[in-house]
Design a protein around this ligand. Structure first.
Ligand code: ADP
Length: 486
């Protein structure tokens, strides 16, 4: 680096020396031409044109004066002007036959000196502006070099709405846009964005921040400030940060909060209504002044029994869900038969829901499976409870089981209200409650979510089919082959 600098210095010194000699030659040539008449007369020749029109001869000195102004700037022009005046003086004082012989050379020197000095000044100004431009360009290049590698999108927009610069991230997010109009590039518009356009405000010196949703669905935080480009035009530099991810998280947090409030109010309601019924029934039973016959007493006790079951089922689902959330409800596999689980669950359900008709249709000799007996029983209970809750009393509920490929497929069908097709995939979501009404007013939207979690943890599949107003069938599969669940 220092060698290059010293070569440059040597080069400029040599150049200056050359220009100095050229200037000297110019001055000598002008002086010889100025005194040519005297030289010719001195050598014995007769007087000629050269002895007379010295004003014209003098004009020639403008060349070395401008030359010195151009190369040696103001000081050079002044020195050469003074030298020229010194050259003019012998003739003015000793030889000139005209009146006022000093005035005209002095006037010439004033004019020529001013022209020379102006030439120097113009050259100085031009060079300084070039230097400033070079500094600005190198600053811009440095800045843009840094911006190239930034993860955020950077764009520079001129006052003519044209995109002057974009970094690779910007090109990735919005595509290539250099030379395009910002409103077309960023907003797919045919003209400037009327009231929302921040370009003018920013160019006038303000820094602005706003959020921008691109038609591609992404959300950006934009910070725009003024920047002077290398051509000294004030432009807008905007940083586009993709905040879609944060927006999604923000929305999820809002949803979670909403869900939490809904859940709390839902669960409080679900817990309170059976408790209120139980309290009412027990109060009636305890009233000594009212004689209850056996049938009424039995009916009231049945009521307590049903409400207690409802409470039990809700609390079981809540406990199971919290175990699932905490990851502590892993299946404890053991060899078992799906027919045994169906038998046990049906016995209980038939007793609890006496007004429904349960029919089991199980393929004979269903193979043994490895499953968590308690968890699969809970799945069947949840599906059967839903089947009774969403169908009229007296309706038939069917449980089928068969071998399909390497799985056992179990299904629970009812002839109830059915599920709209757009809800079929949502019903397995946590706390999801559909539009259809339960007969028994219970439910917290957890039953099917638990079923899904259990079946998935057994490497099975679960899904629903339904015809609105006709009934629903819930299917799940369990693999027959031994599967390691850990
Ligand atoms: P819930 O406690 O609300 O019954 P679930 O998770 O068991 O919660 O069910 C979620 C939703 O799926 C219910 O709110 C209901 O809309 C719908 N659903 C479940 N089973 C049935 C069914 N057999 N018939 C009609 N809709 C059902």
């Amino acid at each position: 680096m220092s060698e290059v600098a010293s070569f440059r210095r040597l080069g400029s010194t040599l150049c200056k020396t050359r220009q100095f000699y050229i200037l000297l030659l110019l001055l000598i040539a002008c002086s010889v031409f100025y005194y040519l008449g005297e030289i010719v007369t001195f050598s014995g020749a007769a007087k000629s044109f050269f002895n007379g029109v010295h004003d014209v001869h003098r004009l020639l000195f403008i060349v070395p004066i401008i030359y010195s102004g151009y190369f040696f700037r103001i000081r050079g022009a002044l020195i050469v002007t003074i030298a020229a005046l010194a050259i003019f003086m012998p003739r003015a004082l000793l030889i000139s036959p005209f009146p006022d012989p000093v005035l005209r050379p002095v006037l010439f020197c004033l004019v020529a000196g001013t022209v020379g000095a102006l030439t120097g000044l113009a050259r100085n100004t031009f060079e300084r502006s070039q230097q400033l431009e070079a500094i600005a360009r190198s600053d811009r290049d440095k800045l843009l070099g840094g911006l190239e590698n930034m993860e955020d999108g950077i764009v520079i927009i001129g006052p003519d709405y044209r995109v002057r610069f974009q970094n690779p991230s910007m090109a990735r997010e919005f595509g290539e846009g250099i030379g395009s109009y910002c409103y077309a590039y960023l907003h797919q518009l045919g003209g400037p964005c009327s009231d929302n356009c921040q370009l003018k405000t920013v160019i006038q010196g303000a820094t602005k921040r706003w959020e921008y949703s691109h038609p591609n669905g992404r959300t950006y935080e934009v910070v725009a400030s003024p920047i002077v480009d290398s051509d000294r035009v004030v432009c807008l530099l905007a940083v586009y940060r993709n905040i879609s991810h944060f927006k999604r998280i923000e929305q999820e947090l809002v949803n979670i909060n909403q869900l939490k409030s809904e859940l709390l109010s839902n669960i409080s309601h679900e817990l309170k209504s059976p408790l209120t019924s139980i309290k009412g029934i027990v109060t009636s039973l305890l009233q000594k002044d009212i004689q209850l016959d056996n049938d009424t007493r039995e009916m009231l006790l049945d009521g307590v029994n049903e409400e207690t079951d409802r409470l039990g089922s809700l609390v079981t689902n809540l406990l199971n869900m919290s175990k699932l959330e905490a990851g502590g409800w892993k299946p404890e596999k053991e060899p078992c038969y799906i027919a045994d689980i169906v038998d046990e669950v049906l016995k209980h359900q038939k007793w609890v829901h006496m007004n429904h008709i349960f029919r089991a249709d199980l393929e004979p000799d269903l193979p043994e499976i490895q499953a968590d007996y308690g968890q699969i029983r809970q799945v069947l209970i949840n599906l059967l409870e839903n089947a009774t809750a969403y169908s009229e009393e007296g309706a038939e509920i069917n449980i089928r089981a068969r071998v399909v490929d390497k799985d056992i497929e179990v299904s629970v069908s009812d002839h109830g209200v059915g599920i709209p097709s757009d809800e079929l995939s949502k019903v397995f979501g946590k706390f999801y409650r559909g539009t259809q009404k339960r007969r028994d007013h219970g439910g917290a939207g957890l039953g099917l979510a638990i079923c899904q979690a259990v079946i998935h943890s057994h490497q099975g599949r679960i899904w629903a089919e339904s015809i609105l107003g006709k009934g629903s069938t819930f299917y799940f599969t369990l693999p027959i082959d031994h599967v390691d669940y850990d």
